[in-house]
Design a protein around this ligand. Sequence first.
Ligand SMILES: Cc1ncc(COP(=O)(O)O)c(C=O)c1O
Length: 349
Amino acid sequence: MKSQEFIDLRSDTVTLPTPEMLEAIRHAPLGDDVFREDPTVNRLEEMAASKMGKEAALLVPSGTQANLVSLMTNCKRGDLIFVEAEAHLYYYEVGGLSSVAGLQPWTIKSQLGAIDPADLEAAIRPKNIHFAEPSLVCIENTHNRHGGAVITPKQIESLKQVVDAHELRLYMDGARVFNAAVALGCDVKELTRHVDNLMFCLSKGLSCPVGSLIVGTMQFIEAARKNRKMVGGGMRQAGIIAAPGLIALEKMVDRLREDHENARYLAQRLAKIDAVKIDLQRIQTNMATFKIDSSKMTDTVFLERLKQKGVLALAQGKNTLRFVTHYGISRQDVENAAAAVEEILGKPA
Ligand SMILES: Cc1ncc(COP(=O)(O)O)c(C=O)c1O
């Protein structure tokens, strides 16, 4: 089976570009972006900055590079950064924050992805010759390993008070920040207002083939541009990446609501199955994370059986699995996925 023949619920990174995006790629005006002469990239960076309520933006190839370049730009080597214990940039990015950016991560556990300001306050130690210098606090919104949980503007504002009191900076890995805004029914600027800088991805729920944007002050973005070049992210006719990005920002944000409704529907169906443990409170955006009864089946066998029925999911820990909804996944697809799980684990009584 080709990948398109599966109902692929592993991640929203598997989305394919829309026909309009492919057309836009063909017709995009191009130039050399290292010389800052690609008009399509320039337009996208202006649009991204304006949507986020910040001064400037920078296109990079991936979310991982966006995080790395942002860390390098916010901090100096040897600094300490506070990160939520399951943050993507700590958990999944090959340790680049230490090996490339030279930073010491200090993890803070949370209930649902949002660092409690009191826990941050408790983690910040008084200045001491033995300690690395703290410079940055990182949040992730929505939070991947917390099942797409949303951090609210109020939570960010409270955290920022502690950040400011200690003269640190606040950075947001907003790979899916538009999912958070759509779930909360607020303008995305509400979520960016209290962070100093952030990144968001075009290549996840917004369906672009490639690309993420770093957003912040003009000065920050100029320094990030230099760091991007250092790690090999200076691209030439990058307008072919930016062209679908413009469409994503204009047309693909509001439809994320559909993905959230499909994830909730799927979660509600899963919740009725005895061998599935799922907390519906945690289903806030486009992810449905759940556990299966290990006495009944291992996650490896479950995933294999699911695949045989034409459905793909991802394991995120022992017997913890997730389905992610996205553009290209219809209500019928999630109904079929739910039916496949019911057939494997037993129909609800
Ligand atoms: C929260 C978060 N940040 C960063 C990334 C990294 O993005 P990329 O896969 O484009 O490097 C991901 C990828 O899934 C993510 O979920």
